[in-house]
Ligand binder design. Structure first.
Ligand SMILES: Nc1ncnc2c1ncn2[C@@H]1O[C@H](COP(=O)(O)OP(=O)(O)O)[C@@H](O)[C@H]1O
Ligand SMILES: Cc1cn([C@H]2C[C@H](O)[C@@H](COP(=O)(O)O)O2)c(=O)[nH]c1=O
Ligand SMILES: [Zn+2]
Length: 202
């Protein structure tokens, strides 16, 4: 029985790294995989999944109108797929999550999704909400706040590191635009407090 998996975390937690490790494990054993990533998130390059630690792989970009079930089945018809892996899963529409669930249920292809749960306001992304509702397995990838507590929230900041509390849910960016924090420090930052300074590794 194939399953739908949702690996969720704050930003900069290792989600893309873990996706690329899982993909490698299948491919080094001669099994075919299909990778998807959000077309909108082209921080590294369009149609590429890249980790901050330097790993990367080509991936099929998905837009809001992409039918992931049809895409995957076309590839499956050419080279039988052992697994489908989706990065930036927070950008899936709920309907696309249903398409992925059908891949597992009707076509017995395991689907592994990696993404954020919540946005810069602490609100669920619609695709993430659907994954939390439907996934057979939910796994949290841990990361830490500057205070050492588990980081679960994602603060959007401006060029001076000041919290941004209003804006569009989707705004592509990396460590320059977002800071992963524990709930306490996220709440303090949104309330106007300063963000604790993290020792820079750069
Ligand atoms: N030079 C490095 N050596 C080891 N780990 C690193 C290095 N640079 C970044 N990382 C770690 O890699 C993780 C980010 O990986 P990434 O897959 O890009 O995360 P995500 O996809 O969740 O944003 C972070 O936990 C970060 O601490
Ligand atoms: C919190 C938040 C994030 N995003 C964007 C910013 C990045 O492009 C991705 C997540 O990147 P990751 O390094 O793979 O975790 O999501 C956004 O658009 N809106 C938000 O509120
Ligand atoms: Zn904290």
């Amino acid at each position: 029985m194939a399953k739908l998996y949702f690996y969720y975390a704050s930003m900069n937690a290792g989600k893309s790294t873990m996706l690329l490790q899982a993909d490698f494990n299948y491919r080094e054993r001669g099994m075919n995989t299909m990778l998807f990533t959000a077309a909108i998130d082209d921080r590294f390059a369009y149609g590429t999944i890249a980790s901050r630690i330097g790993l990367s792989q080509p991936a099929t970009p998905f837009h809001m109108g992409t039918d992931l079930e049809v895409c995957a089945l076309e590839r499956h018809g050419q080279t039988p797929l052992a697994c489908v892996l989706v990065d930036e899963a927070q950008f899936l529409t709920p309907e696309q999550v249903d398409q992925l669930a059908r891949l597992a249920d009707r076509h017995r292809i395991p689907v592994l999704c990696y993404g954020l749960r919540t946005d810069f306001k602490g609100q669920l992304f619609p695709g993430s909400a659907r994954l939390l509702a439907l996934a057979d397995a939910l796994s949290e990838i841990k990361s830490v706040c500057v205070c050492g507590a588990k980081a679960t929230m994602n603060l959007r900041v401006d060029g001076q590191g000041k919290a941004i509390v209003e804006g569009a849910q989707t705004e592509i960016g990396g460590n320059d635009r977002y800071v992963a924090l524990c709930r306490r420090h996220f709440g303090e930052a949104l309330a106007g407090g300063t963000v604790l300074e993290a020792p820079s590794l750069r």
